[in-house]
Ligand binder design. Structure first.
Ligand SMILES: [Zn+2]
Length: 323
């Protein structure tokens, strides 16, 4: 049985837990909209705020950006992947939807074509009363993005918590911007289309925590690759991107990440189970990250030669190991 099969069957077994810690920094003002305001004296487009009026980033928004990053990387890597005709593409075409508006659709010429309809057929006929075989087939016929970030028929191993404000970066008030609707025909400002919107100012920082539970090494590798793209500022977050808003960078705090190995399930319960505190700050050294990255590249049929160079290029302060 290949590693991937074991991974999937492992969904119902504790296969280790990885908690990732970092900080999102707004490099320009950030607008993560909360819809339109019901407050007549408030801005037309407020940002999402917690009960104390402080901005935050919903975990689902961050995860959506991370997934978009992963999909764009996967499409870029596709030409380098060695692939048999039976193997699905590295990522499916999430822009297309089936008629019922629910499912991700593959182009017909590629196998691994999964829609809500085909999944129902698999459940009712092909794999009737064979839950393990069904789960394995759903995993194998899903693309890498769906495996790491989830699909209607596949639970995601990645949970992103809401990103609260870092109080030390906060001056205590949101910024306000004016917007004007432009008439496409005349190119002039349209009457009654003046609006204002709130922004979180540049420099605002948000604490980022993610948990990866029950993922295979390759899925973790893909998630780390997408995080690397965000670290390099390659993914905007929130609205008004055409006005230069939403540029963010991510700073990962690898030393504060927590890894609980498959054999250490009891450690999750801390001293109630083991007589010792639950592990914190185990860290995720560069060698471990390189291992996940290699696992993904190998599983996806991509060249792994870049891993050593990537490892050597990491900043020195990150190159701490298990000493
Ligand atoms: Zn997919």
């Amino acid at each position: 049985m290949s590693e991937q099969h074991e991974v999937f069957l492992g969904q119902r077994t504790f296969t280790g837990r990885l908690e990732l810690v970092g900080t999102v920094i707004a490099r320009t003002a950030l607008r993560i909209g909360a819809g339109s305001s019901r407050d007549v004296s408030g801005p037309d487009l407020p940002v999402v705020q917690d009960t104390l009026g402080r901005p935050y980033i919903p975990g689902a928004s961050f995860k959506g950006v991370l997934r978009a990053c992963a999909e764009s990387l996967l499409r870029g890597l596709q030409p380098y992947a060695s692939r048999t005709p039976q193997e699905p593409l590295l990522t499916c075409w999430s822009v297309s939807r089936s008629d019922d508006g629910k499912a991700y659709v593959w182009p017909d010429e590629y196998p691994g074509y999964l829609t809500a309809g085909t999944v129902t057929l698999m459940k009712d006929r092909e794999f009737r009363d064979q839950p393990d075989a069904l789960n394995r087939a759903l995993y194998e016929r899903s693309c890498w993005a769906c495996r790491a970030f989830g699909a209607p028929w596949l639970a995601s191993p990645l949970l992103v918590k809401d990103l609260p404000l870092d109080e030390t970066s906060w001056a205590g008030h949101l910024g306000m911007r004016d917007g004007v609707g432009i008439d496409r025909g005349t190119g002039a400002a349209r009457e009654k289309l003046r609006y204002d919107f709130q922004v979180a100012p540049a420099g605002t920082r948000f604490a980022c925590r993610m948990v990866i539970d029950g993922a295979g090494q390759a899925e973790i590798g893909l998630i780390l690759l997408a995080l690397e793209a965000m670290t390099n500022g390659l993914a905007p977050l929130g609205g008004a991107g055409s006005r230069g808003l939403g540029r963010i960078t991510l700073e990962m705090d690898w030393k504060r990440c927590v890894w609980i190995a498959p054999g250490d399930a009891l450690a999750l319960f801390g001293d109630r189970a083991t007589g010792a505190a639950a592990p914190t700050d185990t860290g995720l050294p560069v060698e471990a990250r390189a291992g996940y990255l290699r696992a993904f590249l190998e599983a996806a049929g991509l060249p792994t030669a870049v891993v050593e160079r990537w490892q050597q290029a990491q900043p020195e302060e990150e190159n701490y190991g298990a000493d």
